[in-house]
Structure formats: C-alpha cells, structure tokens
Design a binder for this molecule. Sequence first.
Ligand code: 0WD
Ligand code: CA
Length: 380
Amino acid sequence: FNEDPSTQKRFRAGGETQAPRSLSTRAQLYERVFPQYRQPVEVGVFSLDSDRAFFNDSRQLRYYVDPGNKPSFNLRDGYRDRFIKRDDGVKERLDHILRWIIANRSKLHSTHTSSSSCTLGVDFVTWRGHLTKLLTTPYETQEGWLLAVSKFRGTLYMSEVETEAARVNRENRTERHEEMMYWGYKFEQYICADDVNGVPDRGGVVNTNEAFCTVVQTRLADHKLLFSGEVDCRDKDPRAPPAPACYVELKTSAEICTPKQRSNFHRYKLLKWWAQSFLPGVPRIVAGFRDHDGVVVSVETFHISKISQLIKNEYNCWKPTVCMNFCSDFLSFVKSVVKEDNPRVVYLFAWDPHRDVTYTVHRDSQYTFLPDWYIKEMAS
Ligand code: 0WD
Ligand code: CA
C-alpha cells in the first residue's frame, strides 16, 4: 500500500477506518514467499445453452478426444456458414454466477459456514477471468482494467467493467481479427465430443453462446474465494481424478519458428495460460499451434505444474509468486476500502499500465451491477 499519510482518505461507515488511496503494481514489491493457495474444490457446475439460457447442470460438458501430435485441422472451415457468435456487446456481469448461488444456497451454507446463516461464507464472488487479470497485472504493459466491487451481506462481489479502450478495440476489430477469434472455438470442436463415447463433429455449427462452467471455492491467504470459470472439456476416462483435476483447457497459438517467437511465447502467452488454469486447479492445457492460414501444424500438452520450470531460462521472466502476492494484496486493499454494505454502492477500482490501482465511489449509478432479483432472493 502507499503509506503517504497526506493522501489517505477517511471513511465513515460502520466506524472510522483509514484506507489506503492506491496500490502499486510494481513486480519487485511482490517478490516474497508464495502465499497460501488452498487446493480449489469444485462446489458446483452450470451450463449455458445455445440461446445463452442458464441450467444448473453439466449438459454442456464435453469430452476430450486425443487428436495426436500432427492432426490436419483447418480452423477456417465453417467461419462463413457454420458459426453463431455470441453478442459480446451484451454485458452479463455476474448474473450467471448469481443464478448458480441462488440455486445452490443451501449447499453453500451447510458445508462452508458454521455460524451466521445470512452470509454466504465467502469473502469474494467473481469470475475466474477477472482474477486472471489481477494475477497478470504486475507484468501487463498493454491493457488496463476496471473492476466494480459491491459489498452485500458481508460478501464482496467483483465484476469487470469494459474500459473505453477495450470498447473501441471491440467495435473496430478487423475482419482478419474477427475470423481469428473463431479459430479457437473451431479448434475446440475438432477436439471435443458431446458424449463420453462419441467423436468430435467437425461438420457441426460452432455456437459461442454455449458454455460449461465450474464453480470452485478456495482460499488465497486470508481471502475466501468463490469463482466460476468456463471449462473446455474433461478427460473421458471414468477413472480420471475428480474435477477440477480431470479438466482440460484448450488453446491455439501461432506456430513458433524462431528463438524470439519462443521467448515471447514463454514471457507473455504462457503467463496468461498459467494464471487462467492455475486458479481453478485445471492441470493441463492442450495447445494447437497454427500457421498464418489457420492450419494446425502441431499439438502439444502443457502441464500447469511444469510451466514455471519451463520459463526459468528466460531473462527477467514473470514469477508465479509475484502474481499471487499481488492478487492477495489487491484483495486486502479492496477489503480495506469497501466498507459500506450496500448493493447500490459500487467502488470502482481502476488500473492503467505503469500506474497505481486507484478507486472511486458511485451511489445508484450506471455501475451498480447486483440485480434486484438477486437482492430480493437473498433477503427471503
Ligand atoms: O462480459 C464479460 N466482460 C465477461 C464475461 C468477461 C469474462 C467472462 N465472461 C463470461 C462469459 O459468459 C463466459 O461464458 O464468463 C464466462 C467465462 O468466464 P471465465 O472462465 O471467467 O473467463 P476467461 O477465463 O476469461 O475465459 C475462458 C473462456 C475463453 O477461453 P480462452 O481459451 O479463449 O481463454 O471463456 C470464453 C473463451 O472461450 N470467454 C467468453 N465467452 C463468451 N463471452 C468470454 C465472453 N465475454 N470471455 C471469455
Ligand atoms: Ca480455451
């Protein structure tokens, strides 16, 4: 925390407290022992169907079918005629997770809280993707973020707000970029079967509304976390370990031809891949390396537990401990700032590369994100 007392603010909410004004993101400040990160436990799952409707079950779970090392996948196939793209202008915020919480409230109470019956028994509720952004922040030089936080019945809900820059990028993507975003989903279709004994249907429609999500509970230092993340597929062997250890993350990336490309892959891409899968305890990533024409030239498996070894030869490379300590300190910062328990009040945490994290407070504004149906349901 920035300890300059001249810039500290005082808050009046449930007693007087002093909260720091900002948080540094300089990597060196977070080089200390790895914080406690409890083995993530899957506490539930949910599915979103082809119309983006929520189901409290695993109907969208798919099964991994080994493609071998040198498959012939054309990722461009179907882009024009067999692709239904989710409208990414629609902001769903935490809604699907909140639906899951309502459907599974009793489960959360009985297994994870001992006393108070009106709280969820967790400090933070968020998407895994938001935590991934926090983990990579000390090394990020391109894109900033905005995270809206509201406290409701003792739990801090954290939901991303699209930055102005991200909106401009989204609304001005090139045709090439639009198509390349499809390639990752097409790769999933080549690898995944809908049924445990089935085979992938490469002639089917790719519909990015469909999703299978795991809900996990864990603890980072003294922060109890409940978050959800989308899972691509699972090991189809019934003897595979229980979730999340049976899950497989699928990725595509440009083929690596030069030492410079290999170094960039280690320094930038593996950081994001590691952070995303480490958080929910997904143990492996299967990556398809593709050429400029969207043809997969090789497939490689990355074990999350081996990634930190793999990158150690890179000069000035990222460190998992920095990512986790920064995230832990950010969550402490949020706890110290967000004092008013009121779903209509949003504390907006903002970060731009080469800057500190700062925040502003908003009452009954465009940023309020906890829906009335959730507030009502929790009150009953
Ligand atoms: O509206 C938003 N700003 C967001 C919505 C941001 C983050 C997530 N979401 C929602 C989406 O509904 C999606 O179903 O959360 C779900 C995924 O959550 P997550 O697992 O926390 O997100 P993340 O780890 O960033 O992404 C996991 C996968 C991606 O796979 P790759 O391999 O590309 O990392 O979820 C997909 C994508 O396949 N995905 C999305 N799908 C639909 N809409 C989105 C999105 N906005 N973001 C990622
Ligand atoms: Ca993926």
